[in-house]
Design a protein around this ligand. Structure first.
Ligand SMILES: Cc1ncc(COP(=O)(O)O)c(C=O)c1O
Length: 439
């Protein structure tokens, strides 16, 4: 098929996520390699978002491709009640890699299912029902996870699972706790404790957070927030679930983003980078004391594809590459390079309001005037952002453009010169947003 036919049939016979079909203009992607993808016309495009912030080791890594081919000669499926060597190997490997006593894993097919099962484990373990989550978050597209999700993807799916208490983040959109990061942490946690008091701590099983918020704008916890939060929740017998679906597996320069805060959560969830998205796999990591509860008590959860042998083989091979090639170290080393490139953009383009990154997890926010008004409001758009996004693609760079920001989340295998090349393309394309800036 040529590109036109691919697009035509995809739009005629398949639905696209979070979209009205007529508004979708999909890129016909035919192959991808390293940090690049190629469209049906053979055009090479720099992948500056690792697809959905998920292809952490880069595309089509030859070692993983070879391991996947080899896996096809082995066990392609065994029902979840069996014991397989690959399940034994990957579970033990994750137990060794995860800090603290995060030792026992339940395997799923992706992030939403991992979060669903984390909530289930928390409720069964504590005997409590309510769950705390934050507004500036995304936890997956299933019915229950959309209720924990704070962002607008929730709205059309309400009402859903009962028992969710959504709270403010330490990164408010408009209200202010001041500029002092320590005061922001202190005030946010004081406010949270008051909510816990009103809700009744004995009714709350867990709080779920993205350790570094991803699609809602790369929101990095202020100092002391993660440790203060963990201490506050523990004091009330409330479990902390860190959703590391996007931030995990090296994206922030550490294996898990919560490690920057010096904490170990009670439960961690993961997906995306676990297999670099080469195969669908998620996991819930439970601390030993929670897992021990399920030695005598039933874990009321199951999936046909739980601990799928092929997907676990992929995870094993991806972990080999991530660790052997020190890609987590590469993300940490390139953090200041990305920051310097963002600073250059800000110096050159009046439309750049602010930027931040941790490891290779980055965002640039754009404004429409010198007062700092975002170029597009929360959940809104601006024609210049659409033109900017298309211009990037035409210039050979794909990234995630949403509301008033764009992301910079390349594969962790990117080199410094490729990273700089990506920012040079962005620099050339940002003029279209500068043009609508009202100085
Ligand atoms: C933080 C976070 N949690 C959960 C999910 C859901 O994962 P999945 O789409 O694999 O179900 C996502 C997906 O983007 C995510 O970013």
């Amino acid at each position: 098929m040529d590109g036109t036919e691919i697009i035509k049939l995809c739009l005629e016979h398949s639905l696209y996520s979070w979209s009205a079909t007529d508004a979708v203009d999909p890129l016909p992607v035919v192959r991808a390699e390293g940090v690049h993808m190629f469209d049906a016309a053979g055009r090479r495009i720099l992948d500056f978002n690792s697809q959905l912030m998920s292809v952490n080791i880069g595309h089509s890594h030859p070692r993983v491709v070879a391991a996947m081919k080899k896996a096809c000669d082995g066990l392609l499926f065994a029902h979840p009640g069996t014991a397989t060597e690959i399940r034994a190997r990957v579970s033990k490997r994750l137990a060794d890699l995860c800090p603290g006593d995060l030792d026992v894993f339940f395997f799923t097919l992706g992030g939403a299912e991992a979060n669903e099962n984390a909530i289930r484990a928390a409720r069964l373990f504590t005997g409590r029902q309510k769950i705390l989550s934050r507004y500036r978050s995304y936890h997956g597209g299933t019915n229950a996870m959309l209720q924990l999700t704070g962002d607008p993807r929730r709205w059309a799916n309400e009402p859903g699972m009962p028992g969710v208490i959504r709270v403010m983040d330490p990164w408010p959109l408009k209200y202010s706790f001041g500029d002092d990061p320590e005061a922001i942490t202190r005030n946010n946690l004081t406010y949270l404790e008051e909510i816990i008091t009103y809700e009744g701590p004995q009714t709350i099983a867990a709080m779920i957070i993205e350790s570094v918020v991803g699609s809602n704008g790369i929101l990095i916890p202020p100092p002391g927030y993660l440790s203060g939060l963990k201490e506050l929740l523990s004091r009330h017998g409330i479990l902390l679930i860190c959703d590391e679906v996007m931030a995990g597996f090296g994206r922030t320069g550490k294996l898990f983003a919560f490690q920057h805060g010096g904490i170990v959560p009670d439960i961690v969830t993961m997906a995306k980078g676990l297999t670099s998205s080469y195969a669908p796999l998620g996991a819930v990591g439970l601390s030993r004391r929670i897992a021990d509860h399920f030695r005598k008590n039933v874990f009321y959860g199951g999936l046909t594809y739980n601990a799928h042998p092929f997907c676990l083989e992929v995870a094993d091979a991806v972990l080999d590459v991530l660790l052997d090639e020190d890609l987590i170290g590469n993300a940490a080393r390139l953090e200041p390079v990305m920051r310097a490139e963002m600073e250059k953009l800000q110096a050159r383009h009046p439309c750049v309001a602010t930027h931040r990154n941790i490891g290779l997890f980055g965002v640039v926010e754009l404004r429409k005037d010198s007062a700092g008004t975002p170029i597009a409001p929360y959940n809104g758009s601006h024609p210049a952002m659409q033109i900017f996004s298309q211009k990037l693609l035409d210039a050979g760079l794909y990234t995630f453009v949403r509301w008033n920001y764009f992301m910079t989340n390349p594969p962790l295998s990117i080199s410094q010169s490729q990273l700089e090349e990506g920012f040079a393309i962005i620099d050339r394309c940002l003029d279209v947003v500068d043009e609508v800036f009202d100085g």
